[in-house]
Ligand binder design. Structure first.
Ligand SMILES: [Zn+2]
Length: 64
């Protein structure tokens, strides 16, 4: 069973341009930054240009 995909939306403006801080470390084997943990209580919304709360929204449901 496939996991339901979700997206993040700003709880204020419903925009999807949500950013959160993350703690990353360089992985030599993957040759990429590896996210160790995310700080999703410190979200930022590009649309509101400020700190924001976000909500998970399922993707694939009929959108208005
Ligand atoms: Zn917003």
């Amino acid at each position: 069973m496939r996991k339901l995909k979700v997206k993040m939306v700003c709880s204020h403006c419903r925009g999807e341009n949500i950013k959160v801080n993350a703690y990353v470390a360089w992985s030599k084997s993957a040759q990429a930054w590896e996210v160790l943990s995310t700080y999703d209580d410190e979200a930022w919304c590009d649309d509101c240009e400020g700190e924001a709360l976000f909500e998970f929204m399922p993707i694939g449901r009929a959108a208005k």
